[in-house]
Design a binder for this molecule. Structure first.
Ligand SMILES: [Fe+2]
Length: 321
């Protein structure tokens, strides 16, 4: 059986091809288009997967997408939509657009690629958990998916056995560790939904100064679930693009004036609170180096990230990715 998986609804679009239960090709669109974190439909990735397996599109038995339109409504109706009307109307209008766009993308794929086979929309967290479990060496395991959100869940756990997966726990949005991580990414001056990896890297230079604050923001329950104290959060409101609340800003200070670039993050200012700095400068990280001052220098010509070409010697070059 030939299954083509397509991720096309958000950033880092990608395609994967599974033949008789084995992954034979997988690639993110950015590796072919050279656009970091691209949102574009992964046409090049699909072509690459098909070419790698030597298959034509009419030999695909099933195409899958990694969200199920309508699930947000089904899961959010009682918890979010009805209790917060009319305030919730704007948010759910956006959701209608997102769901409609997802269905449209599937139809558009069918039309442009001339695909006549089956298409299925798979629950988002189930796809994450399946990717982890089916590629693991275990016959039986619990798979845990922690995300910003997907189909109105931020977190889900599955008991996986063979080819069966049974959901055993879930946490609904807006209680989301991923949203909180993105909010902190935004507040630090980085780009949310994009630069979380940079924040993760910088975190190793930090100290648990705000541990007590974050323990009050994220509250663990005896059954293993968690809840976010939403008085710190802004992502669940419908008042524009506020990632955090006034309470958060009052406690931790305002974000940097410009968005979307880490080059303007004041040194150490967001890694340590003022009281923990020495002489107004950030304390050194591992190896005695100031993590912010010792940023890697730009490459010649100011190139970086997506602008990088293939830097390998010509003899070593093989087709990307
Ligand atoms: Fe996800």
């Amino acid at each position: 059986m030939h299954v083509l998986g397509i991720n096309c609804l958000a950033h880092d679009t990608a395609a994967a091809l599974v033949v008789d239960g084995q992954v034979v090709a997988f690639v993110e669109e950015e590796r072919l288009s050279r656009e970091k974190h691209t949102w574009k439909f992964p046409d090049q990735a699909i072509r690459w997967c098909l070419d790698t397996a030597g298959l034509a599109v009419d030999e695909i038995d099933l195409v899958t997408f990694d969200y199920r339109p309508g699930l947000d409504y089904a899961r959010g109706m009682a918890y979010d939509i009805l209790p917060h009307l009319p305030r919730s109307a704007k948010h759910w209008a956006k959701q209608t657009y997102v769901d409609g766009r997802h269905v449209w993308k599937a139809k558009d794929f069918r039309r442009r690629w001339g695909y006549k086979g089956r298409i299925r929309f798979i629950e988002h967290h189930r796809t994450h958990a399946a990717a982890a479990f089916l590629s693991s060496p275990f016959d039986r395991a619990v798979a845990l998916s922690i995300d910003r959100g997907g189909d109105y869940l931020s977190t889900a756990a599955y008991l996986c056995e063979g080819t069966q997966m049974r959901e055993i726990a879930r946490v609904r949005n807006p209680h989301s560790l991923g949203e909180l991580y993105s909010a902190v990414t935004w507040w630090l001056g980085f780009k949310p939904n994009c630069d979380e990896g940079k924040v993760m890297g910088l975190a190793s230079y930090g100290r648990p100064t705000y541990l007590d604050d974050f323990r009050s923001i994220v509250r663990c329950r005896p059954n293993g679930e968690f809840r976010i104290d939403l008085s710190w959060a802004g992502w669940h409101t419908e008042h524009g693009n506020a990632w955090v609340s006034q309470r958060f800003l009052k406690r931790f200070g305002p974000p940097p004036p410009s968005r979307g670039t880490h080059h303007r993050v004041p040194r150490g200012r967001r890694l340590w609170p003022p009281g923990r700095r020495r002489g107004g400068r950030a304390q050194p990280g591992p190896g005695g180096r100031d993590p912010v001052r010792h940023r890697p220098r730009p490459l010649p010509g100011g190139r970086c990230g997506a602008q990088l070409g293939d830097e390998r010697p010509a003899a070593d070059r093989r087709p990307l990715p």
